[in-house]
Each structure stands twice: as C-alpha cells, then as structure tokens.
Design a protein around this ligand. Structure first.
Ligand SMILES: NC(=O)c1ccc[n+]([C@@H]2O[C@H](COP(=O)([O-])OP(=O)(O)OC[C@H]3O[C@@H](n4cnc5c(N)ncnc54)[C@H](O)[C@@H]3O)[C@@H](O)[C@H]2O)c1
Length: 279
C-alpha cells in the first residue's frame, strides 16, 4: 500500500524543474497526476521557458510509475483552465485530492523605483493570483466532493526576506504566506490542509536567469560574473555549504505535507534550503 494509492494530484508548473520532480515523486507513491503547465515563455520571466515536449517528458516519467496521467497546457492566471483540468481529473480518476501550486516566474532584476508597472503586475498575477487560482480550483472540488484534501503552495526565501532588485517577486511570494495562512483557517473545518513550502536556491533553470549574475555578484568584474561564481556565493549563505538544493528535495517535503503523515499539519511554512533562510 503506497501513500497516494487511489488519489489524484493537480501539479502546476509540471513541465520542468520542481514540478516535474513533484509529478515523479507523487506518482511513484501511487498518485494519478494532472500535469498543468503554460509550456510557453512568460514575458516577465528571466529564465528558460518550458515546452510541450518538456511536459510530455514529465508525463512519460510519471506514466512509467504505473498510474494515471493527464496533461493540460494552460495558464494558472486562467481559473477556467484550472477548473477544467481538475474536472478532467475527477472524470478520469473519480477524485481530486491534492493540489501542488508550484508554477511561478522570477523576473530580471530592477530596483523598486525602476521596475515597470507591467512587469510588477505580471509577476504578481502569475505568482500570487495563479497560486490562489490553483488553491481554489482544488479546494472547490474537494468541498463539492465533501472529502478531506491537502494543498501545498510554493513560496521562496523571498516569502519572508527582502531582496534588493527583486521587489515584485518578493511581494508576490510574501503574499503566498497570507494566502496559505488564511485559506488554512477557512478550509480547516472541511479537513482541507494548506501549507507553504519555501525552497532556497534550487538546481533548476530558474537559477541564473537574465541579469541574475549582476544581482548576486555586483562586486566582481564583469568577466567573473558567472553561474559558477553565483553557486560559490550562494553556498556562503548555507551553514551546510550547499549552493543549491535539488528539485527532489522539495518533492520529498511536498509528498510528506500532502500525505496522511502530515494529517494534523496546516497553515505552516516549511523551508527546504540547506539552512539559507535561518534568521
Ligand atoms: N529555482 C529556485 O531557485 C527557486 C527558489 C525559490 C522558489 N522557487 C519557486 O519554485 C517554483 C518552481 O520553480 P522551478 O525552480 O521549478 O522553476 P522552473 O522555471 O524550472 O519551473 C517553473 C514552471 O512553471 C511554469 N509556469 C510559469 N508560469 C506559468 C503560468 N502562468 N501558468 C502555468 N505554468 C507556468 C513554467 O512553464 C515552468 O514549467 C516557483 O514558484 C518558483 O518561484 C524557485
């Protein structure tokens, strides 16, 4: 008997990075998965975009675990698309029990004075409204089903610290904490749990987006502003000397939080960051 036998999970941002790791991990423990991703560039994002081929690769890896897989190309800013994905999961698998609101974008650095309204709005639209849409699409279905469930929302170190040059991202991720705490209170009576996961620096394409070397290494000459030196710099922030954690480290935490092992845990914030976020 595996932890998620007979359960279905909606995972956003599933094409690459942490989302793929969540899909592989949850399906390896018995879950059917609904894999949702925009599979296209987002204007505000500084980093590499996922493709339909990436989403299909995640689907292939999840299917290899022997459970059901549905893919949907869609935007988390579109609640109708998320509701359709959840409904498709219910139709195909009879139930939706778990939500993993993971999709997000990091913009290139600008000061809070210089950033454009357009960029600020888009980052909040994706990272905050998109997370809310994901939570409510799953919660609505659970409330109609009258079943307990569990949802995680991916925050960041930027959900509890300020970062010069990343104000819109920091705002969008701080909001995740408010979303999680409030919805955990509202949904608790229905036994629907909502928790936040805060990654440190993760070994995905999001690290090292356009302009990030300048943000991390402003003191170094231009030719030394490399991803490798960024890694060395981030390792200084971890008492364990880690320059990054792996997507699978986040997947282990999410799998715990959405499992019955965490049945009495809700409204919490969980750092997976090699200690980078110790205050
Ligand atoms: N990588 C890091 O260092 C790091 C650190 C802290 C927090 N995070 C957070 O972790 C989460 C996952 O990031 P990752 O590291 O896997 O990055 P990633 O870029 O590898 O994956 C992000 C995924 O989200 C998808 N996505 C983006 N906008 C979308 C939208 N509007 N609709 C649907 N899908 C969309 C992308 O297509 C991509 O597949 C994000 O919320 C991110 O903010 C990442």
């Amino acid at each position: 008997m595996s932890r998620f036998d007979g359960k279905t999970a909606l995972i956003t941002g599933a094409a690459i990075g942490q989302g793929r790791a969540h899909a592989v991990r949850l399906s390896s423990e018995g879950a059917n998965v609904i894999l949702f991703d925009i599979c296209a560039p987002v204007a505000a994002a500084s980093h590499v975009a996922a493709t339909v081929a990436d989403l299909e690769e995640t689907a292939r890896l999840a299917r290899a675990n022997g459970h059901g897989v549905i893919t949907r190309v869609g935007d988390i800013r579109d609640i109708a698309a998320l509701r359709e994905a959840v409904a498709a999961g219910e139709k195909e698998f009879g139930t939706v029990d778990i939500g993993v609101a993971n999709a997000g974008v990091t913009p290139s650095p600008f000061t809070g004075v210089d950033v454009t309204e357009e960029l600020f709005r888009e980052v909040v639209d994706v990272n905050t409204f998109g997370a809310w849409n994901t939570v409510r699409a799953v919660a609505e279905a659970l409330l109609v089903q009258g079943k307990p469930g569990a949802i995680t929302v991916t925050g960041s170190g930027a959900a509890y610290k300020g970062y010069a040059g990343l104000m819109p991202y920091v705002v969008s991720k701080h909001a995740i904490v408010g979303l999680v705490k409030s919805m955990a209170k509202e949904l608790g009576p229905a036994r629907i749990r909502v928790n936040a996961v805060h990654p440190g620096t993760v070994n995905t394409g999001m690290f090292g987006g356009v302009g990030m070397v300048d943000l991390y290494l402003p003191d170094l000459p231009q030719d030394e502003r490399t991803i490798e030196n960024m890694r060395l710099r981030t390792a200084k922030g971890s008492p364990m000397g880690l320059s990054f954690v792996e997507p699978e480290d986040l997947a282990a935490m999410v799998a715990f939080l959405v499992s019955d092992d965490a049945q009495h845990i809700t409204g919490g914030e969980f750092k997976v960051d090699g200690g980078m976020g110790i205050a």
